[in-house]
Ligand binder design. Structure first.
Ligand code: 5GP
Length: 112
């Protein structure tokens, strides 16, 4: 079981900023920006490489909620970045799909 599934199950504590039937958003334990939140589906999808047509609603839900959470965190006006690291070359460490919400400072582009 991944660490994120344990967070969903409330077996591992997390600083949860949003939760509903389909997703959960919580603060990243090692923040890479002044605001760094992860939003994850409750469904166990390992990465973007495994999404299926049946995941259309949950994927749309995640993006809509990411925008809402970003606003709730005060990031809307100046902006923010959503990142989905995917598998090895994408730098993914936890094999449970997650969107990073990063903000609170100007972010460089392109990534390393
Ligand atoms: P990835 O590299 O897979 O895209 O990102 C995984 C993220 O999960 C990392 O930014 C890492 O700091 C965060 N993370 C890993 N373990 C935990 C944990 O137990 N709790 C929380 N809140 N974040 C975690």
């Amino acid at each position: 079981m991944t660490i994120f599934k344990k967070i969903i199950n409330k077996e591992v504590p997390a600083d949860i900023v949003y939760e509903d039937e389909f997703c959960m958003a919580f603060k990243d334990i090692h923040p890479k920006a002044p605001t760094h939140v992860l939003i994850i589906p409750k469904k166990e999808i390992p990465s973007m490489a495994e999404v299926a047509p049946e995941d259309k609603e949950i994927l749309g839900h995640l993006l809509l909620k990411a925008a809402e959470v970003a606003e709730q965190l005060g990031l809307k006006e100046k902006g923010y970045r959503l990142v989905i690291n995917t598998r090895q070359h994408g730098g993914q460490e936890v094999p449970h799909l997650h969107i990073h919400i990063l903000g609170g400072r100007p972010l460089k582009w392109p990534p390393g």
